[in-house]
Design a protein around this ligand. Structure first.
Ligand SMILES: [Fe+2]
Length: 269
């Protein structure tokens, strides 16, 4: 009987913790990789909301005063019918700083053509800088940056309705999509981190990714699940190094998670 009571108490504590993590928590992760430029990285909000009009996110971003804000995809889910919340969030962020946006696999596969058009129209009403296999050059605090946004072929996420035999991406594929990497500091926004080594090989000094949701369930710092229905994804959350070039993976904000609180990340580079 004693063991049943202990097990029930442990299950209750776990349930309360997971409810808090999935309903209340919002973590700000700080990564100092250099100095002079502050970048806020937001990813994979999906259907999750953080207060009315996501005020908890915008308040956190305003407090950090970033030089740049990167939204790296899946800000909406593919079956979303209403983009008002996304529009409000993006406009609020645009009032803080320059905001760069790439599509994730969910924006790439909004379930009707009508929704895809409405989503694109929504973005065009905002001041966001949309990068779809394109780039923008900018000057920040005396430094020149080339900012690229990569959109992978959907067959890298799902192919013929299946998660098996997905297309792999090489550095050459990145060159086909974006051209050769220029001289100077190159920042790449790429939703899918699984090709982080290839992005570095192409020439990205810093790649900003999401998609994996930190592995959904994390144990001992290891992400367990990938959206591709595989276990232990290679790059699930954190900073990864490829000969000095960095892959920066956000654990994201939305979807169900365990021991993996929703996060936005502030980098200093
Ligand atoms: Fe995704």
């Amino acid at each position: 009987m004693k063991y049943i009571i202990i097990a029930a108490a442990a299950a209750l504590i776990l349930a309360v913790y997971l409810a808090c993590e999935n309903l209340l928590m919002l973590r700000i992760r700080r990564e100092r990789l250099g100095s002079g430029v502050r970048i806020m990285h937001i990813s994979d909000l999906h259907k999750r909301r953080f207060g009315k009009d996501n005020r908890r996110i915008t308040a956190a971003v305003k407090a950090e005063k970033p030089d740049l804000i990167f939204l790296t995809g899946d800000i909406v889910s593919r079956n979303e019918t209403n983009f008002d919340a996304a529009e409000k969030l993006i406009q609020e962020l645009c009032a803080v700083s320059d905001v760069y946006f790439i599509y994730g696999n969910h924006e790439q596969s909004l379930i009707t053509p009508d929704r895809a058009v409405r989503f694109a129209e929504m973005l065009s009403r905002t001041d966001v800088r949309l990068l779809r296999n394109s780039s923008i050059s900018t000057e920040i605090n005396g430094r020149h940056f080339s900012i690229y946004g990569l959109e992978l072929p959907y067959s890298a996420y799902k192919k013929n309705g299946s998660y098996r035999h997905l297309d792999r991406i090489t550095a050459k594929d990145v060159s086909y999509a974006l051209g050769e990497a220029p001289q100077g500091e190159v920042l790449l926004l790429a939703h899918n981190p699984l090709f982080g080594r290839e992005y570095a090989e192409w020439g990205a000094d810093f790649t900003f990714s999401g998609h994996i949701h930190g592995g959904s369930v994390r144990m001992f710092g290891i992400g367990m699940l990938s959206p591709e229905r595989t276990l232990f994804p290679r790059y699930s959350k954190g900073v990864y190094d490829f000969g000095g070039k960095k892959l920066l993976v956000s654990g994201g904000l939305g979807k169900l998670r365990a021991f993996n609180p929703p996060e936005i990340v502030i980098y200093e580079i």
